[in-house]
Design a protein around this ligand. Structure first.
Ligand code: IYR
Length: 222
């Protein structure tokens, strides 16, 4: 037994036979391959507990020095959702109609047919804003350096998205640009930076998504 200066506990995850490993891998891949980002939501209510469970799943993500540098703000209040939609649309109108998107960016986005209309931010029953903690704060107000914040929060958001999908819910990794307004509306402290805004709900009954294909393994393996 190795000796430690800090508490350690045994970790003995179950070892599976190869065929079972592959079966589970195939099943999980088929499951996540059915996930699509959605921009057209049903207003049907979703239990708050589902959101909390997805946040708990996100909170299992590995993080730099186990600092868990994320905060998830959950919004169901229609008045706050409206403020967020309005603020997002002000920015996005500058992007789409005010010429702030470069021609190259427009070309890349064309197949998604996105516009400055962000009505889904009011329709989806929940908005969840993930904030990245650029640094931590001690009781006395001094700063704690955080490590690998982007990597950590990105992994947590991936788990959040996957947990929602597993519950039969849909979301969108929405990054209104710029999105500093989210910190203001959500009254977040100075150490937090808005990372992703997730509308969460069921897809609208008539929802459509772009007919995208994913890169084959041969083009993903380097
Ligand atoms: N933030 C804009 C534009 C946008 C950018 C990317 I990269 C996308 O994948 C999708 C949209 C918007 O939300 O419309």
């Amino acid at each position: 037994m190795t000796s430690h200066n800090h508490p350690f506990v045994p970790y003995r995850p179950e070892r599976l036979p190869a065929d079972e490993m592959i079966r589970r891998g195939e099943e999980f891949y088929a499951h996540v391959d059915r996930r699509r980002s959605v921009r057209s939501f049903s207003p049907d209510p979703v239990p708050r507990e589902c959101i909390d469970l997805a946040v708990l799943a996100a909170n299992t993500a590995p993080s730099g020095a186990h600092q868990q540098p994320w905060k998830f703000v959950v919004i169901g209040d229609p008045a706050v959702k409206r403020r967020i939609r309005e603020a997002a649309e002000i920015e996005e109108r500058q992007n789409y109609e005010g010429g702030r998107l470069t021609p190259e960016w427009r070309t890349a986005l064309a197949p998604l047919e996105t516009t400055s209309d962000k009505g889904y931010l009011e329709v989806a029953p929940w908005l969840v804003v993930c904030f990245a903690e650029k640094y931590g704060t001690r009781e006395d107000g001094s700063r704690v350096k955080h490590y690998y914040v982007n990597e950590s929060v990105g992994i947590a958001c991936g788990l959040f998205i996957t947990a929602l999908h597993t519950m039969g819910l849909s979301t969108l990794t929405h990054t209104p640009n710029p999105m500093a307004f989210l910190g203001t509306i959500c009254e977040r402290p100075a150490n937090e930076r808005a990372y992703i805004l997730f509308p969460v709900g069921y897809p609208a009954p008539d929802a459509e998504v772009p007919d995208l294909t994913r890169k084959p393994l041969s083009r993903v393996l380097g």
